[in-house]
Design a protein. Sequence first.
Length: 425
Amino acid sequence: MTLALGCIADDYTGASDLANTLTRGGLRTVQTIGIPADDLELPEVDAVVVSLKSRSIDSGVAVLRSRAAERWLRGRGADHVLFKICSTFDSTDAGNIGPVMDALRADCGETIVLVTPAFPETGRTVYQGHLFVGSVPLNESPLKDHPLNPMHDSNLVRVLARQSRSKVGLVDLAAVARGPDAVRQCLAGLAGKDFGAAIADAVFERDLETIGQVALDHRLSVGASGLGLGLARALVAAGRVEAKAPDAVADAPTGGPAACLAGSCSQATLRQIASAEADMPVLHLDPEQVVKGQDESRRALAWARERLGNGPILIASSSTPDQVFALQARYGREAAGHAIEQAMADIAQGLVLSGVRRLVVAGGETSGAVVDRLKIPGFLVGAEIAAGVPVLRSVGARDGEMLLALKSGNFGGTEFFSDALKLMR
Ligand code: ADP
């Protein structure tokens, strides 16, 4: 198999977002959790997104992991690699965008790299090198107070230059608007003056299509899901990938019992649980017993096993904000959260051992704990259940193939659980 596109994402949720964007763009896409094993068997796919957690770690470690991911992707035939970063360019003067870009550029022998975090669909645009979040420059947006990566400068040419050994230039909107040849000309001019990277302006999706087209002439690009969209459309337009409908790829039935787990306490999830009560048996865990280490997971599993043969079930730890607050006040926020996540992971593992092959999980951290416990190396991305929440088919899982839906708190409509199960047959 030869990958048309390889991607390295610097965090998990960003990776899922990119994988979903590529899938919607017609690319059959697998997202892996961490650097895949050399012998991971993949279905026929156009793109692989390797999810790392390298955004806010030591830059040396981020470089090592990103290089290992790149080697894996190039080994699977990826000619072009997108280093996927946050659309708000989350980084500090110490990195990690610049150091990783420099290392990957050196490894693949590229002269100049196009860089743009623009993603107009979510309000991220770049003009004259300045990143805007909605209507305000980055340094006036809430990102100025980010706990790990406070962004005090909206000029990405300067921001990237401070973290990179490369000279950083600009491909301005005037060039991008004139089309691919104008961008190529501008890049060639910069490369001739020893620039190793260029921030590309982009305000509309068509700008990303132009940038995507030119990026494919090169071995490396750096950007957010918006650039993924540009690359996907360029690959399809060039006939290098035949566009595929997502529901044709990941949603072949697996059969087997179905279960839902909710660890999110968001308003949306609370409404979704209330609505699911009409469709399936729902067990509400006692969060205090979970945190105290009582055997709530075993009780939940016994409850589930009695019912799995009759249809889907839902197990929820979710409570209202005041109940959550009270529990956190008694046991500490982290300790309470961690204990409940681990209990959810125990339950997920027990359910899979009892034959569950279709699993819906509500909650970002909760999903992370479940996926880690089930040791699922990757997912093939399918049709969207709700905006941003696709059906996933496990790839290379030790317990056989299963379908999953992983939803972060606020996503999905009121009927989310039954909507998900309708697509997960
Ligand atoms: P979301 O996507 O809505 O943020 P997460 O799963 O990421 O959901 O986070 C929810 C956090 O709340 C998790 O750490 C989870 O273990 C914790 N949690 C779940 N139920 C409760 C509860 N009843 N009381 C306190 N914390 C809870």
